[in-house]
Ligand binder design. Structure first.
Ligand code: FAD
Length: 284
């Protein structure tokens, strides 16, 4: 299908883009979700502001013990960045799991996060990493934690005129092991369920456990009950099984043509156990 006609602007300056967005224009990143929605006429913006020519939105750098990743950084850049692979491998692993090569070359972390698809890959890892998201508008900027950012299916805390500027994740040391495991919906590559696990082992015990889940419910979430069951244990196979069994406690499972609620409920435990076991094996 052909989208409704629209105006297109591609400013090279962030301030210029923010002024246009404040006036009602819609940001365009990789277009991997927005353009199909426009073709299906699920979205019909009058003006698109392409963020792709703004160099200050595309970067990966380390500062103050954190990795700062600009919103327009593509999945491929994140997957292949030596800095991300060595300092925050969980995020590189999530990026490498997204769609296919074309999607990873065009799609961006800012676009994916703003889109808030309940089956997208990044949100599970961003939850496990307790990421901070910098939002900017013509009026100023603010930082929000990822748990507060995802509000509901395709719904975020972004206010009118705001865009994601960057995403900040921790730099990991060798006491942390992490893994993202997903059950793939083969036609699209999206997660039927996806679990990101992050474990810090000190003195033979799990001093920190963070688990993010995507695909299971209306939005990505942190499995806090499972995290607390694991913290303080030796993260033995039976500790992991007990935590994995509680991974979706209190969250209602989605049901669709790809997986019933009951099947998702079973598979999320299987993938949680898998992600935790691999995370544990990656602690040096
Ligand atoms: P766009 O499509 O350009 O924008 C998406 C939305 O975000 C729009 O509403 C836009 O206005 C808004 N937006 C964009 N940038 C910003 C910003 N900086 N601040 C605020 N709002 C912004 N994703 C997965 O996670 N896993 C998969 O397996 C997967 N498979 C895919 C397979 C196919 C065939 C396709 C087409 C897509 C797939 N995707 C998958 C989605 C892909 O990851 C997209 O990159 C992502 O959903 C949107 O990112 P984008 O940069 O293309 O954003």
């Amino acid at each position: 299908m052909i989208p409704q006609s629209f105006e297109y602007a591609a400013p090279a300056d962030l301030k210029d883009a923010l002024n246009q967005i404040a006036a009602g224009a819609k940001p365009l990143a990789g277009g991997m979700s927005l353009i199909p929605m426009m073709k299906l006429r699920l979205a019909a913006p009058e003006t698109l502001v392409d963020l792709g020519r703004i160099p200050s939105l595309n970067y990966i750098h380390e500062e103050g013990g954190k990795l700062h990743i600009g919103a327009m950084t593509t999945h491929f850049q994140i997957e292949s960045s030596p800095l991300v692979r060595s300092r925050c491998p969980l995020l590189a692993e999530a990026a490498g799991n997204i769609g296919d090569v074309q999607v990873r070359n065009m799609g961006t972390i800012g676009g994916s996060t703003a889109h808030a698809d309940p089956s997208a890959d990044y949100p599970a890892s961003l939850m496990a990493l307790e990421a901070q998201i910098t939002l900017v508008s013509a009026k100023g900027s603010r930082v929000i934690g990822v748990e507060d950012f995802f509000v509901d299916t395709f719904t975020t805390a972004l206010e009118d005129g705001e865009i994601i500027q960057d995403i900040v994740v921790p730099v990991e040391d060798s006491s942390v092991g992490a893994s993202y495991q997903k059950m793939v919906q083969p036609a699209s590559g999206f997660a039927i369920v996806g679990v990101a696990a992050r474990l810090r082992i000190s003195g033979g015990k799990a001093s920190l456990a963070r688990i993010g889940v995507t695909g299971f419910g209306p939005k990505a979430f942190r499995a806090k009950k499972a995290e607390s069951l694991l913290e303080g244990t030796a993260a033995s196979p039976s500790d992991i099984e007990k935590a994995a069994a509680a991974v979706a406690d209190g969250v209602e499972s989605s049901s669709d043509l790809h997986a019933s609620a009951g099947y998702r409920g079973h598979m999320v435990k299987v993938y949680a156990a898998r992600a935790l076991t691999i995370a544990f094996s990656r602690v040096s």
